[in-house]
Design a protein around this ligand. Sequence first.
Ligand SMILES: NC(=O)C1=CN([C@@H]2O[C@H](COP(=O)(O)OP(=O)(O)OC[C@H]3O[C@@H](n4cnc5c(N)ncnc54)[C@H](O)[C@@H]3O)[C@@H](O)[C@H]2O)C=CC1
Ligand SMILES: CC(=O)C(=O)O
Length: 325
Amino acid sequence: MSDNAVLSRKLSSLNEFSYNPLEEKYNTVAVIGAGGVGAACASNCILLKACSEVLLVDIAEDRCEGEALDLQDAGFVTGVRCKHATYEEAGQADVIVITAGVGQKPGEPRTSLIGRNYAILKSIFKSMEPLNPDAVILVVSNPCDVLTYLAQKLSGLERSQVFGSGTFLDSQRFRIAISHKLKVSPSAVNAFVLGEHGDSQFAATSTATVGGVPFSSFPELTPEFLKQAEADARNRAYEIIAKKGATYHGIGACVATMVDCIFLNERLVFPLSVREKEANVCVSQPAVLGRSGIEAILPIPMSEEEKKLFDASCGAMRAILDEVA
Ligand SMILES: NC(=O)C1=CN([C@@H]2O[C@H](COP(=O)(O)OP(=O)(O)OC[C@H]3O[C@@H](n4cnc5c(N)ncnc54)[C@H](O)[C@@H]3O)[C@@H](O)[C@H]2O)C=CC1
Ligand SMILES: CC(=O)C(=O)O
């Protein structure tokens, strides 16, 4: 066959090739709620290439469509697609991130949002029916721990498939403070904030290390400094909300990191809101995150003081659940 004939055959087979990337469906993340947090989660997933497609859903349809078109424009960097979707389409996604709901006003605790955001959560699960039985659901809306517990019930899925972002963000805030003090990268700081994503959270410093070296080996990490860093992490959301009305960049980066870990089945250990069997609540504990959700919960050793704080956090979550469910 002549070179020309080979070329023309190749070209004609290309013309027959009807690949349309917009019709492909794999590694899909649905983000429910296209406000500040939902948009930041979507944008970080796109720029981190954490998935191949982001579906955006919001009760405010026009705003959601505009946000999806805007985010689609950012997709040229990584090829990740973004589109405005229905609740039914979102219910079939591989990972569903729930960010819908009201946020705190300046000075308001997260727990005061429960009435309004539980009503929204119920309507979202109803609208998404029937759910993809293999979906992994990540709850971000506040109060995160109480809503995670309720989402586990509403979804009808295995508990391991439904978890909350919990103190993932608070832990980053704490690690950054330590990293500034010791002049190391935050990723070198192995420390978790545990318990409630809220006022009763605490930093588990008794087991924390920097590059494997215990906190107690660093003279700079005095008890006073650690108490202040813990309080700063706990109060950071209040501080940001007082100054700009809402937080969203930090949680957006956290969510994209978790989505990436899920699709890569990376099994990293993060502080996530998961069911605590004894107290029957969801609070943050170190958890192994993989393709099917929470693969294991690690029994972190706690000092007497930390155990008391953990129990107090569980008690605070149980008291709210007893009121609403
Ligand atoms: N877990 C965490 O670390 C963090 C949690 N949050 C929480 O995330 C939530 C969202 O915060 P923002 O995005 O700043 O609020 P926002 O007000 O900017 O956006 C909320 C969106 O939810 C939508 N929405 C309301 N009902 C809905 C429904 N039934 N279906 C679909 N969408 C619905 C609204 O139309 C709005 O677009 C709040 O509860 C906030 O406290 C915020 C930051 C960090
Ligand atoms: C708002 C919130 O929950 C946070 O930034 O931690």
